[in-house]
Design a protein around this ligand. Structure first.
Ligand SMILES: Nc1ncnc2c1ncn2[C@@H]1O[C@H](COP(=O)(O)OP(=O)(O)OP(=O)(O)O)[C@@H](O)[C@H]1O
Length: 200
């Protein structure tokens, strides 16, 4: 599996954010997207996830699941945690499992993997910022998708949470997954760098 972009151009609100961007990542590889605030890191992830249309160039996937589109094979973990506050931790995860389709890890195992098993019945509204992020990460485990698009994924995680997530990312790569992560801080895994918009 290989994800690549050629000459990608991004325009937001009528203003060019970047153009002529080339990148590629293969199964088992992580790409860290690095650049100053406003350089287009989130926009690039959203272009790959199919949530924004490119103003030029192309983004393609070779060797994935032939019948599925690139967005259908990707998890997008954005700045917002995409949780329903009135639903419990378990119910939120069940929602995402049903919405995304399929199940990789059972919900209880996903929650244990991110250290939230003790909070399973708690409404998401009561979670701390770091716990909300951990619940979002559990979504990556509950529904199996080979491409993880992560926007500053370690935000709000404590040191133990960062180590936990680094181990989950390493497992994902070892299993043939692919990660593209926008970040201002080291991810804790080996990653090639894709710099946009000058030095950060
Ligand atoms: N909906 C929108 N309409 C117009 N402009 C937008 C919109 N969303 C983002 N932009 C602009 O696009 C540019 C790139 O934004 P983006 O969020 O992709 O940057 P970023 O590199 O992820 O920044 P940060 O490091 O601050 O998270 C910014 O100048 C931003 O103001």
């Amino acid at each position: 599996m290989r994800l690549s972009g050629r000459g990608v151009r991004c325009v937001r609100g009528g203003r060019e954010v970047f153009s002529g961007l080339d990148f590629e990542a293969s199964a088992g590889e992580a790409l860290a997207v690095i650049g100053p605030n406003g350089s287009g890191k989130t926009s690039l992830l959203r272009l790959i996830a199919g949530l924004l249309a490119a103003a030029g160039g192309s983004i393609g996937l070779e060797g994935g699941e032939g019948e599925l589109t690139l967005p259908e094979q990707a998890h997008y973990l954005g700045h917002r945690d995409a949780l329903k506050p009135a639903l419990s931790v378990v119910e939120n995860l069940a929602f995402w499992r049903d919405f995304l389709g399929g199940e990789a890890f059972p919900i209880a195992e996903s929650l244990a993997a991110v250290g939230l098993d003790h909070a399973a019945q708690l409404p998401a509204a009561f979670l701390s910022a770091g716990q909300r992020r951990r619940l979002s990460i559990a979504r990556l485990l509950t529904a199996r998708r080979p491409i993880w698009l992560l926007d500053e994924p370690t935000n709000a995680l404590d040191t133990a949470g960062q180590a936990m997530f680094a181990a989950l990312m390493a497992d994902h790569l070892a299993g043939g997954g692919l990660i593209i992560a926008a970040t201002h801080t080291p991810l804790g895994i080996a990653a090639r760098e894709l710099r946009i918009g000058g030095a950060s």
